[in-house]
Each structure stands twice: as structure tokens, then as C-alpha cells.
Design a protein. Structure first.
Length: 429
């Protein structure tokens, strides 16, 4: 009996060492031959990568990608065909992310034997692709919602039509999508830009009450305000990510994301009462609320603790309120000109253009604090600022205009076949 136990122990020890030997597969080797030195590339350049990789047993995969200074991959991974356990290769790797900013990056060659991986690194500099305006897009409604492209010389072409009425719209240059929402007859659509065609949508509910009251693009995709008392956040793939519940008896309208909060204008269903309600974007839980003097025209962040709210009081006059987040209070930095505020465009965090129904676009600055006439002769229903070309894009009635921000001179104009419901500027990134 004692002898049998010794034999079993011996077998166990031999088996243990055998397992250890079999699991010791080692790691591949990687040598980057090219590029070398301190190469500089532009977005969409081709990097000719030359490298030698090997493994004592076998290679399972070889990959190439680029990572940022935080060691996070920022480009698509290219798979190099494995031809043996020892191989040298040349691969033409295209820097294919238009969103890369100018800066220092690392070209990575990764080789794996299925168990262990080895990385080769080469520092490179990448210069960002220039930002280019792809077009101005006007929204009209004539036999449905129409998206009209206006090119650099103000020639027009219709790129998209969907049935139903109109509530609101917004655009994402990052994801190359235009978001269009119906009111009470139609759907929400994410339109592929700049060519047109719906990528995904949300079905509307036809009834006596409105369905979609606002759509707002920020971050991954779009926040959709629904009359039934919900704000839904959809990803750029049309996946519902987060749902924010509105205070009972209210419905949401304008929304704005700033400094980790979702700000939502919420109106009482049966009264004029409106509140500005804050939610944590990460958890969708409510944080605080404060009463609004009237309908909101636009909201923009100023500092990490402050938000500008532009609108019109229920009594008719325009207002500008600066909301202090920690204190949950509003105060008015200035008195706005008389008339109804129609539109607002942000120049920077402390400078804004405001379109009034009195035929004037005013420029508001926080320092020095006040509003002065900027462009006259137009009641701008909608405003956008093209920072790339330093142009003010405005619509009034069925016309769209482009003004020089520097000189305030009219550069281009075009008259469309129907009233313009909104205007958007699309860039290449």
C-alpha cells in the first residue's frame, strides 16, 4: 500500500512538470524596420510599415494600428496575413480616421502566438485633416419634410424628403447625420449626410396631442423629447441608450447637455408654468429645477457652473438668463432689446448673435456686457455660425442668407419654394 502511494505521487509530480513545460510557449518577437526616426504624416496618408516578426512555435496573428498618448487605439486595426512562424512583411497602412487631432501618436505592430503577445512601437506625428464645410442644409415642408442642400455658391438641390409635419431638427458633423423630427404626423429620422437617405428612425404616434416636441444632437447622437413625458437618448446607430423621465404633469421641449448635466425645458400640460430641470447624464436621475419666465429659444454653456438661457417671457418680451448650477438660481446679466427673440447662434462661450422680429440681428457679449445691432434688414428666424468660413447663416421666410461675420456684408442669398423651418451647417468632421 505504501509503495502504491509513492508511485501515485511520482506520477503526479511528473504530470505537473509536463504541464508546466507544455504551457511555456514563450512570446513572439517584433522588429519594426520602417518607418524610423520622427516621421510626420497627415490624416489619410499611407504609412509604409515594414517589420519582421517571429515565434518559436507559431504565429497566430499580426496586427497594425495607431494609439494616442493614453495608449488607446484611435484607428482601425489592420490584420496582416500570417505566412509562417517567421516572416517579414510590408504593409500599406492608411491613417483612416478623419477625427484625429494634430499631435503625437504611436504606430503599433502586435504579434500573438495565441497565448502571449508582443508589441512593437514607433512614435509618429499626425497632422489633422482641415475642417471643410460640406454644405448648408435648409429644412422646408412642401408635400412632406424636405432637406435642401445649399452649396458654396448657393446653388440648391433636394437630397431628402419624408412624409409628415415638422417639429425640429439638428445635425452632427462628427457622425455625418441630420436628425429630423415630426410633430404629430410622422417619424424621427437620422438622415445619412451628405448624400441623403434615412439610416434609422423612430416611429411616431398619430393622435390629438403632439408626439415629438424636440430633437437635439450632442455626443454620440440625439436626444428626443416626447410629449408623453420622456427624453430618450439614441446612439448614432439608433440604439436607445438612456431614458429620462419628466416631472409628472409636464412634457419636455428644448434640451441641452453641459458639464455632465442634461438641461431640459419642461412645460406644464395645462398651464403656462415652465421649469428648467437638470439631470445627471450618466444616471438619468433628476438633480434640481428652477422656474422659467417663458418659452426657451436656445441654451448654451458658459462656464462649468453656468448656463445661458435665451427665450421670450409669457408677457412677450425677450429674456436672457444666466443659470448658476450650484446655487440653482437665475439672474439676468442684461436687458435685451425690445421685440420677440427668434433665434440664437453661439460664436464662443461669451459671445452670441440674436435674431429679433424687429429686423435686426444683435451681437451680445458678456464682457463688456450688452447687446448691440450687428446686421440689420433681416428678421432671422434661424441662425447658424460657420466658424470655418467666418460666416453668419440666416433664414427669413423662404430665403437663406450668408453674411461675412467680419464685415457684416451680405455674401450670398437664395430664395426657396417654401418657408425655411431651420438651417444647419455640415462639416466634414
Amino acid at each position: 500500500m505504501i509503495m502504491r502511494c509513492k508511485v501515485l505521487v511520482l506520477i503526479s509530480i511528473v504530470g505537473l512538470f509536463a504541464c508546466k513545460k507544455e504551457g511555456n510557449v514563450g512570446s513572439p518577437t517584433v522588429q519594426i524596420i520602417a518607418p524610423t526616426g520622427k516621421p510626420v504624416y497627415k490624416v489619410f496618408d499611407t504609412v509604409v510599415v515594414k517589420a519582421s516578426v517571429s515565434d518559436a512555435n507559431s504565429l497566430k496573428s499580426v496586427e497594425i494600428y495607431i494609439e494616442n498618448s493614453q495608449n488607446v487605439p484611435v484607428t482601425a486595426t489592420a490584420d496582416v496575413t500570417v505566412t509562417g512562424k517567421q516572416m517579414s512583411f510590408t504593409y500599406n497602412y492608411v491613417i483612416n480616421s478623419i477625427h484625429l487631432a494634430t499631435g503625437q501618436y504611436t504606430l503599433v505592430v502586435r504579434a500573438s502566438n495565441g497565448t502571449n503577445a508582443t508589441y512593437g512601437y514607433q512614435a509618429i506625428t499626425i497632422n489633422a485633416a482641415p475642417t471643410i464645410r460640406l454644405g448648408i442644409y435648409a429644412i422646408t415642408r412642401n408635400g412632406g419634410i424636405n432637406v435642401i442642400k445649399i452649396d458654396s455658391v448657393f446653388n440648391t438641390s433636394k437630397i431628402y424628403t419624408q412624409p409628415g409635419d415638422y417639429s425640429s431638427s439638428d445635425i452632427s458633423s462628427y457622425y455625418q447625420q441630420l436628425y429630423v423630427a415630426a410633430d404629430d404626423s410622422g417619424n424621427v429620422s437620422a438622415v445619412n449626410m451628405p448624400l441623403g437617405g434615412a439610416q434609422w428612425g423612430i416611429g411616431g404616434i398619430i393622435g390629438p396631442a403632439p408626439c415629438f416636441t424636440n430633437i437635439y444632437s450632442n455626443g454620440d447622437a440625439a436626444y428626443v423629447s416626447e410629449y408623453i413625458g420622456l427624453i430618450k437618448y439614441f446612439s448614432s446607430q439608433g440604439v436607445l441608450s438612456t431614458t429620462f423621465k419628466v416631472v409628472s404633469g409636464y412634457y419636455p421641449i428644448k434640451t441641452c447637455v453641459w458639464d455632465g448635466y442634461l438641461f431640459a425645458e419642461q412645460k406644464n400640460i395645462g398651464a403656462l408654468t415652465r421649469n428648467l430641470v437638470l439631470y445627471y447624464t450618466g444616471t438619468a436621475t433628476g438633480f434640481e429645477q428652477s422656474a422659467l419666465p417663458g418659452p426657451v429659444t436656445a441654451m448654451y454653456g458658459m462656464t462649468s457652473n453656468q448656463l445661458f438661457v435665451f427665450g421670450n417671457k409669457d408677457t412677450g418680451e425677450a429674456y436672457l438668463q444666466l443659470f448658476d448650477i450650484p446655487g440653482n438660481i437665475f439672474y439676468s446679466p442684461t436687458t435685451l432689446p425690445s421685440g420677440q427673440l427668434l433665434s440664437v447662434a453661439q460664436i464662443d462661450s461669451a459671445t452670441y448673435l440674436m435674431g429679433f422680429n424687429n429686423g435686426t440681428i444683435y451681437k451680445y457679449t458678456y464682457i463688456p456686457n450688452g447687446a448691440v445691432p450687428f446686421i440689420t434688414g433681416i428678421s432671422a428666424s434661424h441662425l447658424q455660425y460657420d466658424n470655418v468660413n467666418k460666416q453668419v447663416i440666416a433664414s427669413s421666410g423662404s430665403s437663406v442668407y450668408a453674411y461675412s461675420y467680419t464685415s457684416q456684408l451680405l455674401l450670398h442669398s437664395v430664395n426657396l419654394s417654401d418657408s425655411v423651418l431651420n438651417v444647419h451647417v455640415l462639416y466634414n468632421k
